[in-house]
Design a protein around this ligand. Structure first.
Ligand code: SF4
Length: 430
């Protein structure tokens, strides 16, 4: 099945935004808008999810009324961390290495993929498993490894469904938000028999199928919600339990993490994580994983042996890909925690869902696409923003995507007119 997904994606990749003119990008986006506006199933599924999200958010805030205060604290943590980013990258690297973790600083997606391929050179088992991570999507990991002959499985349930459907995620934290239960049942019947066509049976069938893949894999990939520079720790929050299996059962765990996720201390990382899950609509997540070194034991004659139950080796790829070069308002977008709250508040996202954006999605995603040098599609996508700033009202760290997109628009219009002024995107002025 991964092969089928690869074939379809290759045809999508042939329309890579790097190869299209601005007019073609606008036309492509127009077509996506037309298609999505007619997709009533997706619209209804999103409306239902949106209602559930806001009622979960209210419950979470009722139970933890200090959340807004904590969010203000996290905003400061992120601002200070971004101001000292180069320094924190050095401190995090030193402390991760001190804990026995290999660290690679990848200047861009190509660099990250090249390093990962080297890491996989001695691996015999072709099955690879991964958990949900926008950073893994950003470097195109799954399609890249499939082209290299690996069988790659998404283990997050929503991402797995999207993989089966040959589709793209429709929301940051709920990738399969657009698929109805009936459609999902049809998809999973491709690889197994469902006793009943209810949600429990579907989840059981998928979990059993994926457990076999996770147990077989020698390598598991994850991202991380935060990195604590002082302790050299990765912090991952999740509900399904797949990320902890992916990061502990295979012999090698590779985490690809954007450098903007680094904060000074473990306490800071926990605060970032707590605000992330709360604004994602959870009172508490099922799991909070803190990973600080490969699995080890010294129980036999005090000799250190690595890989007791967990992985023998952990490799962390710190991904730059335009982050350290982002200036002005674009740098503001680096504070994003990826809780996804803004997407539920955004009227444009409510209509277009994951079709609005290239690598990332929604208004904040358009700003991120501009940061990571993923092509020029963000220019066409920026035109769709209503500049209403509803996103800023729910964002825990106060990012106003409307303001960023207004500046981006003004910048590339100045560029078209040949006026050399505007906000900086990497080393380029618009
Ligand atoms: S300003 Fe743009 S991104 Fe923000 S909520 Fe309004 S339409 Fe969405």
């Amino acid at each position: 099945m991964p092969g089928e997904a690869r074939d379809s994606r290759e045809s999508k990749d042939s329309r890579n935004s790097n190869q299209l003119s601005f007019d073609e990008l606008v036309e492509k986006f127009r077509n996506a808008i037309r298609e999505e506006l007619e997709n009533k199933d997706s619209f209804n599924a999103f409306q239902n999810a949106s209602e559930s999200f806001f009622s979960s958010l209210r419950l979470a805030f009722d139970r933890f009324p200090d959340t807004a205060k904590l969010a203000a604290e996290v905003r400061k943590i992120k601002e200070n961390s971004l101001e000292n980013l180069e320094y924190l990258i050095d401190v995090a690297t030193q402390n991760l290495e001190r804990n026995g973790i290999d660290v690679f600083f990848a200047k861009d997606a190509l660099d990250a993929r090249r390093y990962i391929l080297e890491e996989l050179s001695g691996v015999k088992e072709r099955t690879i498993v991964k958990s949900k991570s926008m950073t893994l999507k950003e470097i195109g990991l799954r399609y890249f490894l499939e082209k290299e002959g690996f069988e790659v499985w998404e283990t997050d349930l929503g991402d797995f469904l999207v993989q089966l459907a040959n589709d793209e995620p429709m929301h940051l934290t709920a990738p399969a938000i657009h698929l109805s239960k009936e459609n999902i049942a049809k998809l999973v019947e491709k690889f197994g028999e469902l006793k009943n066509r209810d949600a429990n049976s579907i989840v059981r069938l998928i979990a059993d199928f994926l457990r076999e893949k996770i147990e077989k894999a020698e390598v598991g990939f994850t991202g991380a919600n935060a990195i604590a520079a002082n302790s050299g720790s990765l912090l991952i929050i999740e509900n399904e339990g797949n990320a902890r299996l992916v990061s502990s059962l295979p012999e090698l765990h590779i985490a690809v993490v954007g450098v903007e996720k680094i904060v000074p201390s473990l306490q800071d990382a926990y605060k970032v994580a707590e605000v992330t899950w709360r604004y994602a609509g959870y009172e508490m997540p099922s799991y909070i994983d803190v990973i600080s070194s490969p699995s080890k034991t010294g129980d036999i004659e005090k000799k250190l042996v690595k890989g007791a139950h967990g992985p023998e080796r952990i490799s962390v790829v710190l991904l730059d890909n335009g982050r350290t070069a982002a200036k002005g308002l674009l740098r503001e977008a680096l504070k994003c925690l990826r809780c996804g709250a803004c997407l539920f508040a955004c009227p444009v996202f409510g209509e277009l869902r994951g079709r609005w954006g290239d690598t990332y999605m929604g208004g904040i995603g358009v700003a991120w696409d501009a940061i990571i040098n993923s092509g020029e599609a963000y220019k066409a996508h920026a035109l769709a923003c209503l500049l209403c700033s509803r996103c800023a009202e729910v964002c825990p760290v106060g990012i106003d995507s409307g303001r960023i997109l207004r500046e981006l628009r003004a910048s590339f219009i100045r560029e078209l007119l040949g006026i050399d002024r505007g906000i900086k995107r990497g080393n380029h002025k618009f």
